[in-house]
Design a protein around this ligand. Structure first.
Ligand code: NDP
Length: 593
């Protein structure tokens, strides 16, 4: 039991390099400099093919592309009359943001809560992403929220997508969130009515709902995007996006693919999980790669029931508290860090990062039999430039004779015709083409127009530079709360962020209700202080410029120093939240009715 218990109690930390440790046989600095040059040339190669920014993608899935947005699981939505009513708290989106915050609101006695959700059920990411192999790379005991409250213990160290989706539904049941919820419904506008001091929310189903409080819980990666590839619409076979997996076509166990030639475009985290399953099922599989992901070991296991039975109430909160504290360092290590110059620290961190990447390269050489394929699968960038992946079957999949890696060497697929992708004069004939090309990133008010008290569209306000308090409040948008948006803390475990934001929002709403206040709006000064706080914590290195393009660095585009996540620690973020809640009048203006 001892070893297993320790393993299960240890919070995950994916990029904590001990840069103070002197390796026994560390190569000379020249070795690291050469690798950094290779990183830079691979980045420049890509930026040569596609100028910085998101222009090489489209998330405007209308017209010929409309089929890529259709909900293949949406048949569960029943016809209903349009609503014309009023609720106290309205959530735009029904994923973990809404579930977590609603649970906290219920604890504070808030009854009138409505979730408005585009999908046919709650779950958000886990509703949409049902591709084969879908799972979460964050340890389930940390990722699944409200485990203390629900008494649920995940069945595995890393939960599969189906389990997480079922758990979302369990939370909705447990906190009575289905009663007022509406599904298959997209919020199209959210407009502040100064007279009644409420939000008027309209939907694509003809609803007009008044809400005193609105929470933008629309997620960070919700709208599927396609790469702009010439001829996408001319493809004569079957095609879909990973987040709209068509099991009617593939069969529940992918059995219909046994006589099919399958192509998949993209090798990000979604593709890395789907490809091993496709490799097993398809007659032939072609993987079209622009940039490889980093693939590390997936240390997974079934939850030990004996361990689970030892868990005391509050065990998850205790894990979270430990994670917030961060890894404990000895006095000697702390002293060593403090004695280093900034330059030495950066160099040591970079070298440790390169060591980690070279270990990932070595693993590829050990597993992948064909040397040219192994070479193509090697990622040439610092770890965390792109989302790190963890999988034990991904690399071996390329040893299957039926699987071909089409390395586009940074260029990407540029042409599709009736029979499939064409690259470098080679025609790849496929029956089905799967787009694993990701999602539009972190838009507040996706599908939706948010108009505040001055008639200003929130995105128009943001176009001059994002301005928020904690990434949650924005001045001029009273009683509106944003979850998972920019200027909030970023954590590999997103639910850590959402959990803290949910608690904060529930406390704010409770404060308003308890103090005879009608609405709260953050002050211009409070917002300005937060914008400066975000800028003060911008990285010391030029990661945006040094990294290969990807959604972590705005696809290589320069951006304003305030337009991104808050880079202080989670502990600092929580500290700011507490200070703000203890001194509400210093940060907000209130109205009374
Ligand atoms: P990503 O945006 O990460 O990946 C898109 C992929 O499409 C990239 O590999 C990109 O290449 C590739 N691409 C784009 N255009 C072309 C082209 N013309 N030809 C070939 N390839 C192309 O999307 P994902 O859906 O994979 O992942 C999104 C995020 O969702 C993840 O980063 C993660 O945060 C989350 N997620 C987490 C999972 C987990 O916990 N395991 C699983 C799945 C998703 P390039 O790299 O060159 O831009």
């Amino acid at each position: 039991m001892g070893v297993m218990a320790n393993k299960q109690e240890k919070p995950q930390n994916v990029f904590n390099f001990d840069y103070t440790r002197d390796g026994q046989e560390r190569p000379p600095q020249d070795y690291y400099e050469q690798i950094k040059e290779k990183f830079a040339s691979e980045r420049d190669l890509r930026l040569g093919y596609r100028p910085p920014g998101t222009d090489n993608y489209t998330s405007d899935l209308t017209g010929d592309l409309a089929k890529y947005a259709v909900d293949p699981y949406g048949h569960a939505v029943e016809d209903r009359e349009a609503l014309n009513d009023e609720v106290e708290v309205l959530f735009i989106g029904g994923g973990f943001s809404a579930l977590l915050t609603s649970a906290r609101l219920r604890e504070k006695g808030v009854e009138s809560i409505r979730i408005v959700e585009r999908g046919a059920d709650v779950g958000g990411t886990w509703y949409w992403n049902r591709y084969p192999g879908v799972a979460c790379d964050v340890v389930a005991y940390d990722y699944l929220p409200l485990l203390d409250e629900t008494g649920y213990v995940p069945t595995r160290h890393y939960a599969g997508g189906q389990e997480i989706y079922e758990y979302c539904k369990m939370i909705a049941e447990r906190f009575n969130l289905y009663d007022l919820a509406v599904f298959g419904t997209t919020v199209t506008s959210t407009i502040w009515d100064s007279e009644s001091e409420t939000w008027i929310v309209e939907t694509d189903q003809g609803d007009t709902i008044k809400a005193r409080f609105v929470v933008c819980a629309n997620g960070t990666l919700s709208k599927p995007r396609l790469a702009k590839i010439e001829g996408v619409e001319t493809f004569g076979g079957y095609s879909f996006h990973t987040s709209r997996w068509d099991y009617e076509y593939t069969g529940a166990e992918l059995e219909n693919l046994k006589d099919k030639r399958v192509g998949i475009i993209g090798t990000g985290a979604s593709a890395v999980q789907a490809i091993p399953e496709l490799g097993k099922a398809a007659k032939e599989l072609y993987v079209f790669q622009r940039t490889p992901s980093s693939i590390d070991v997936r240390d997974d296991w079934e939850t030990d029931p004996e361990w689970a039975s030892t868990l005391q109430p509050g065990w998850q909160a205790a894990r979270r508290a430990r994670a917030i504290e961060g890894p404990q360092v000895s006095d000697a290590v702390r002293a060593r860090r403090e004695s280093m110059s900034r330059e030495e620290k950066i160099q040591r961190q970079e070298n440790a990062n390169i060591d980690a990447m070279m270990r990932i390269h070595n693993r590829i050489d050990e597993i992948v039999e064909d040397p040219a394929t192994a070479e193509s699968l090697k990622p040439w960038y610092m770890l965390m430039c792109k989302r790190p992946c963890f999988h034990n079957e991904y690399l071996p999949t390329f040893n299957r004779p039926s699987v071909t890696l089409v390395d586009t060497e940074g260029k990407g697929v540029t042409q599709i015709n009736e029979s499939g992708p064409e690259f470098n004069g080679v025609q790849y004939e496929v029956d089905v083409l799967i787009y694993a090309t990701g999602f539009e990133v972190q838009q507040t008010g996706i599908y939706n127009q948010i108009i505040g008290e001055d008639g200003l569209d929130l995105n128009a306000k943001y176009s001059n530079g994002i301005r928020t308090l904690l990434g949650i409040h924005s001045q001029g948008y009273p009683n509106l709360f944003i979850m998972g948006g920019y200027q909030a803390f970023f954590a590999f475990n997103l639910t850590d962020v959402l959990n803290s934001q949910g608690e904060h929002i529930a406390d704010c709403i409770d404060f308003v209700r308890q103090n005879g206040i009608h609405s709260l709006d953050c002050t211009h000064d409070a917002e300005e202080r937060w914008v400066q706080e975000v800028i003060d914590h911008r990285g010391k290195t030029n990661r945006n410029r040094d990294c290969t393009p990807g959604y972590y660095n705005f696809e290589g585009a320069d951006n304003r120093r305030q337009d991104g996540n808050y880079n202080g620690t989670m502990k600092q973020y929580l500290g700011h939240m507490s200070e703000i809640r203890e001194n509400m009048a210093d940060h907000f203006v209130f109205t009374h009715r």
